[in-house]
Design a protein around this ligand. Structure first.
Ligand code: V1P
Ligand code: CA
Ligand code: ZN
Length: 397
């Protein structure tokens, strides 16, 4: 059979374990795993499963998660239940659970949930390593705030760090790009002391009228990783702080200019793109004014560089628009164009119908939601790009 393989085309793989859908953070919590059910229904309704390979990955094991996370933290995470949790316990608070905000609640099946989404990111990374895929997708992953011994901002296990660690076994340089509306602080921190991972995050940054910083409060333009010149990680993080209400044209220009410069200068052999959908207009937690196609433009831009690409989810708190966006971006990866009228035979079609839910179409105008005035002038965006280019001069050594 050797020498008889058919010429390989462009391979996209979709890594999804449906058991992740059935977990609940609690009714008032904005993170809704069932947005993944909606996403999958749209992907199937458009027939995109015929354009890619589907995988149902097993959950990651304790030992696999311990490649990044502390074992004491994992022991706690794997044993804590809503029944045995002691919210005043030192360990409970120290590991980031509960607290005043209750960002990271303890819920039924928590360990199952985290091992499922992490297993999917690792499975996707393996597919890139053994060249089975050119693009590998895991919409259930992208939990970028988790630290090695700390749950933070709805994230318990950092599946992105684990996947990048796998990619590093065969890649000298991995580029991490993060378009979630929040700063990708956990991934940045994990690789702060190496020059083999470059982290680039676009996010809302600033203090609100009420005096609170937008979560997590880090990621200003001058934060470029360690400052010690002896540290190999120096200059290998780039943060793009953005104000409320940025529009499609500004974001697309900012993204293609800065990302293009980073790829040209750093020359990664693999790319990980966290495509958090909370940067869309009308998101429950986000502040930007992006439409679905402007968000998808980022995926398309990165894909067109032709490097092995791991595409993962992240935030996204208006589930119908999360599903629309991730379906559109799946189509971008396989090179398909989708008709705007949603197929009518899909389960949960009601979630997409009615004027307030986007009128039964795939690409509703999310500008119409206009909740956030645009505080980014074109002059400010241009200055931001200039500063980013200045920061990149570190890479020239
Ligand atoms: O702002 C905070 C708390 C307040 N403390 C001082 C910190 N938490 C945010 C967390 C946002 C996490 C985003 C995760 C991701 O980047 C990746 C999956 O998208 C927060 C917010 C908010 N509006 O920023 N928590 C909650 N809202 C929240 C609301 C209801 C119930 C539980 C948490
Ligand atoms: Ca981000
Ligand atoms: Zn987010």
């Amino acid at each position: 059979e050797y020498g008889m393989e058919k010429p390989r085309g462009y391979n996209v793989s979709f890594h999804y374990n449906p058991h992740v859908e059935y977990h609940h953070f609690g009714s008032s919590h904005p993170m809704k795993p069932w947005r993944l059910t909606l996403t999958k229904q749209l992907v199937l309704a458009y027939g995109l499963e015929y354009c890619m390979e589907l995988y149902e990955p097993r959950p990651a094991t304790f030992d696999e998660l311990a490649i990044f996370h502390d074992r004491e933290y994992l022991s706690f995470l794997s044993n804590v239940t809503p029944q045995n949790a002691k919210p005043d316990d030192q360990a409970y608070l120290a590991f980031g659970f509960g607290g005043d905000s209750n960002d990271c609640p303890v819920f039924d099946g928590l360990w199952n949930y985290v091992s499922i989404y992490s297993g999917a990111s690792m499975n996707a990374a393996y597919n890139l390593l053994n060249k089975q895929s050119d693009v590998a997708i895991n919409w259930s992953g992208g939990l970028h705030h988790a630290k090695k011994n700390l749950a933070s901002g709805f994230c318990y296990i950092n599946d992105i760090v684990l996947a990048i660690q796998l990619l590093l076994t065969q890649n000298q340089r991995v580029l991490y790009i993060d378009i979630d509306v929040h700063h990708g602080d956990g991934v940045e921190a994990a690789f702060e002391s190496t020059d083999r991972v470059f982290t680039l995050s676009y996010h809302k940054f600033g203090i609100d009228r009420n005096g609170y910083p937008f979560f997590p409060g880090t990621g200003n333009i001058n934060e470029m990783g360690p400052t010690d010149p002896a540290n190999r990680g120096k200059g290998h993080s780039l943060n793009i702080p953005i104000d409320d209400g940025i529009d499609d044209d500004q974001y697309k220009w900012l993204f293609k200019t800065v990302t293009g410069a980073v790829i040209d200068k750093y020359n990664p052999t693999a790319i990980v793109l966290q495509s958090g959908a909370d940067s869309l207009g009308g998101d429950r937690l986000g502040r930007f004014n992006l439409n679905i196609k402007a968000h998808g433009f980022c995926v398309e831009t990165v894909k067109n560089y032709g490097r092995p690409l791991l595409l993962i989810g992240g935030g996204g708190y208006t589930p119908r628009n999360v599903a629309r966006t991730w379906c559109h971006e799946t189509a971008v990866c396989v090179g398909a164009e989708l008709h705007n009228d949603l197929p009518t035979h899909i389960p949960y079609i009601q979630a997409f119908q009615g004027t307030e839910n986007g009128g039964g179409i795939l690409y509703p105008d999310l500008h119409n939601t206009k909740r956030h005035e645009n505080l980014n002038t074109d002059v400010k965006v241009r200055k931001l790009v200039e500063q980013a280019m200045e920061n990149l001069r570190y890479l020239e050594g």
